[in-house]
Design a protein around this ligand. Structure first.
Ligand code: FAD
Length: 513
């Protein structure tokens, strides 16, 4: 027999549930194993996948192929299949041509991905070929953490309590894949590559064409994509070894200060592991287990530590939003979690305001620094994601879906469930969302989280000479930058809205109806 491992957002060999299962079954049955991955540019475009993220995937594939070959004796074949429909037909052909009797993969929870898997299941229904999927993306699988009446939690805190308790009483094991006794090589079509060099070449060509396609749409005209790619390649070395190294370094050096420093963007004190989690270069269970181990080592068996607990709770947010998505699949079709907000709120679609926000020219220093950082690096700190998202949806009253899309197009860690969850939280339309009247003041957020304006001045060098206390006060900055003001010659706009008035308008809008 010949089995096929289908890699998707799980680009690693360590603790990969489907991979461990296929190796175990192949060894028990004396079966051969091959592996496959599809580059899907039409699908990326339809899902607003950022160029930096697909570049990260492309950089990871040759390393995955090498590790599969050297450690498990499995060849990875990479195919160019523009859409999910193409993937399904290629898989059917591969199965026929290679006598494959079983395909294994890890579950994906988004709409088109589910439809793709259903399409394949339907095609294979007339055959003897099995298509088996495993839950792997979450620390605890969707639908396993439910209320007493078996429904999904609507708020995070009780979900988290149950999630944590379940983990504490369970004995979670890693899924390690064993090498297979293997001679299998897939017979493939022209559009596939199986050598490391071939994979590198096909991936590079595909990414370069994707960049051209994105440029032709003109949607991201003000982004310097080459600069973004250059930064991401340095900041995120590819592969699961790099990801595990990053986790170890964070746990050794930074986790013990996480609760205090996680909200200060200039400190870079968070793990920056999200880009790896998003493409599956590291297992979320490994993140949890390493953090728990550190908890035990540093603080004893009964020890509790606010910093480590806080970090574990962030991993739980990631699980939470995936569980929510499985419970509410309509979210993928741009629906608000709180459905009434879709009819009640008169969102703005003002293109000029939106572009001013995108390009970091709002005149609010913290917002502009955050947006310019995103545009230049493909990453934004969590606190700043909340502040910029609130500014767009409350101060400008622009539909959260526009911001959600813009973030996906830029972020190296862009992930539907977490991004949608974060946007709907900020817009007060989501599960557990910020109450509509609790609107962050972007000036006081700057004062609290960037008191010396270190982050602001890194991204807005034109403000280097302006004292931090002016940058954290709307009145003072207006006076200083206005005609005749002390810094009138600085090339920086006045705040595009008055925060107090904008806040009041937003509250009125949310209150009505
Ligand atoms: P750490 O602080 O080290 O946290 C560890 C891990 O926990 C993260 O890597 C991430 O996987 C998870 N995590 C942390 N905070 C959250 C959260 N609030 N929600 C869900 N998971 C979390 N995260 C993404 O991975 N992809 C996105 O597209 C995304 N979009 C967001 C959009 C908005 C508007 C907001 C407010 C948040 C968004 N987040 C998203 C969550 C969070 O901002 C990032 O996960 C975090 O900044 C990544 O940095 P880190 O790895 O250093 O995080």
């Amino acid at each position: 027999p010949h089995y096929l491992m289908w890699f998707r957002r799980d680009l690693r060999i360590h603790d990969n549930t489907a991979l461990a299962a296929i190796c175990e079954q192949a060894n028990a049955q004396g079966a051969q194993v091959s592996a496959v991955f599809f580059l899907t540019p039409e699908q990326w475009q339809a899902h607003d996948t950022s160029l930096v993220q697909v570049d990260h995937i492309a950089r990871t594939l040759p390393l995955l192929a090498k590790a599969l070959q050297n450690q498990l004796n499995i060849t990875l074949n990479v195919h160019l299949c523009p859409s999910f429909t193409d993937c399904v037909s290629t898989l059917s052909t591969l199965c026929k041509d290679n006598d494959i009797s079983c395909i294994m993969a890890n579950h994906e929870y988004e709409g088109n991905e589910i439809e793709r898997d259903e399409q394949l299941t339907k095609q294979l229904a007339q055959t003897d070929i099995d298509f088996i999927r495993w839950h792997d993306q979450c620390i605890l699988p969707p639908q396993t953490i439910t209320t007493n009446d078996d429904s999904m939690y609507k708020v995070f805190t009780p979900f988290y309590k149950k999630w944590r308790h379940t983990l504490e009483v369970s004995n979670m094991q890693m899924h390690e894949a064993a090498a297979v006794n293997n001679k299998a090589k897939l017979k493939t079509s022209k559009s596939s590559a199986s050598t490391i060099k071939g994979i590198e070449k096909l991936s590079k060509e595909t990414i370069s064409n994707y960049q051209k396609t994105l440029q032709d749409t003109g949607l991201l005209a003000h982004i310097d994509m080459d600069a973004q790619l250059e930064h991401a390649r340095t900041a995120y070395p590819a592969g699961e070894d790099a990801a595990r190294q990053r986790l170890s370094t964070f746990i050794a050096d930074d986790i013990d200060n996480y609760d205090v420093s996680r909200d200060v963007p200039s400190l870079h004190a968070t793990s920056q592991i999200s880009a790896y989690l998003t493409i599956g270069a590291i297992s979320p269970r490994l993140c949890y287990l390493q953090a728990s181990k550190a908890q035990e080592k540093l603080h004893g068996n009964d020890g509790d530590n606010d910093d480590i607990n806080r970090w574990i709770s962030e991993l739980a947010w990631r699980d939470f939003y995936r569980h929510v998505l499985v419970d509410r699949p309509d979210l993928i079709r741009h629906k608000a979690y709180k459905e009434e907000t879709d009819t009640k709120i008169n969102w703005s679609y003002n293109q000029d305001d939106f572009e001013t926000w995108c390009s970091g020219r709002t005149g609010v220093p913290l917002i502009d620094a955050a947006m310019r950082c995103l545009n230049a690096t493909g990453f934004m700190h969590n606190r700043l994601r909340m502040v910029t998202a609130m500014f767009l949806t409350k101060d400008l009253l622009i539909d959260w879906r526009l911001g959600e899309r813009y973030f996906m197009q830029q972020l190296i860690d862009g992930d539907f469930a977490s991004n949608n969850g974060g946007w709907q939280w900020s817009a007060s339309t989501g599960t557990d969302s910020a109450p509509y009247f609790r609107i962050m003041n972007p000036f006081s957020q700057g004062k609290t989280h960037d008191p010396e304006a270190i982050f602001i001045k890194t991204w807005l060098p034109e403000l280097k000479g302006v004292p931090a206390n002016l940058l954290h006060s709307e009145d003072k900055i207006r006076q200083a930058l206005a005609k005749g003001g002390k810094f009138a010659d600085v090339d920086y706009p006045l705040p595009m809205v008055e925060h107090k008035a904008a806040r009041q308008l937003a509250i009125t809008e949310f209150k009505k109806g």
